[in-house]
Design a protein around this ligand. Sequence first.
Ligand code: SF4
Length: 329
Amino acid sequence: MIGIKATVPLEIILAAGLRPVDLNHLFITSNSPGKLVTQAETAGFSHNICAWIKGIYSTVINHGIREVIAVTGGDCSNTIALGEVLERRGVRVIPFEYPLDRSRETLQAQMESLRKELSTTWHEIEGMGSRLESIRAKLKRLDQLTYAKNVVTGLENHQFLVSSSDFNGNPDLFEKDLEQFLAKVQDRTPRTDEIRLGYLGVPPIFTQFYEFIESLDARVVFNEVQRQFSMPFGQVDIVEQYLQYTYPYDIGTRLRDIKEAINGRQLDGLIHYTQTFCYRQIYDIVLREVIPIPILTLEGDRPGPVDGRTALRIETFVEMLRARKGELV
Ligand code: SF4
């Protein structure tokens, strides 16, 4: 078992016969994620450190995870310090870096170093790449069923796509669940939600988020970062695949991806989720300057259900979009 703090070339981990565990999932799906945050604060993490970092620290300690891959370039600087603290707790921390300039040579060198560290071969990695590609194609189908056929909810879309960061540690089982789900939704009656939303930013720390939106006759039909986790880029070589992945690089390619979704998925509005104390909040400035449709920026701090204020803001936003749509037709 090897913990991952952010998306890394999964093909290398699986080819090495290891089981990847996305620490974000393990933290947020635990029985009491709030307690994990408090546990880290008791261990010395300050109030103004992002809750994901604190929850991941406690998750690694409580699960006795002995090896972690830390993304030290392309994720956040908190990860670097977290990795150093974990090393002091006896965890083997393997760094992995996405090059800011998106250089193919540099990324290839990073992947080569990870390959050596985990003792596998390029032949095995490429074989794993083809294996995962067939699952990625099915996830692409699930996404199409969400925005084109309208038979998949925003939550279902989120759950499958977000889990593709580690394929729940078992690609075969993941694929089986996915196939069963795809077979089941074929016969559903298409939804006719009035308002179509896009969700931008890191996955929400809130629970009941997608369900609340759907209670308002609205639906998320584009989960930006979760979709990126699924790498729906088709048959490209493995280095190219991780170059096309938008999340770790500059915002330029993210913007192109978002604009394509706005038109292709007929989005009425966007929800930009930001995490308290996360540097990625700053991108809100750029999004608001460039994106042509209304954006609601939300901020989440600690794990828990959507709070009253956030719920009211979502409700008002959806009502505004509904009125706007009425005026446009
Ligand atoms: S939400 Fe932001 S600060 Fe927190 S772990 Fe993710 S990138 Fe880092």
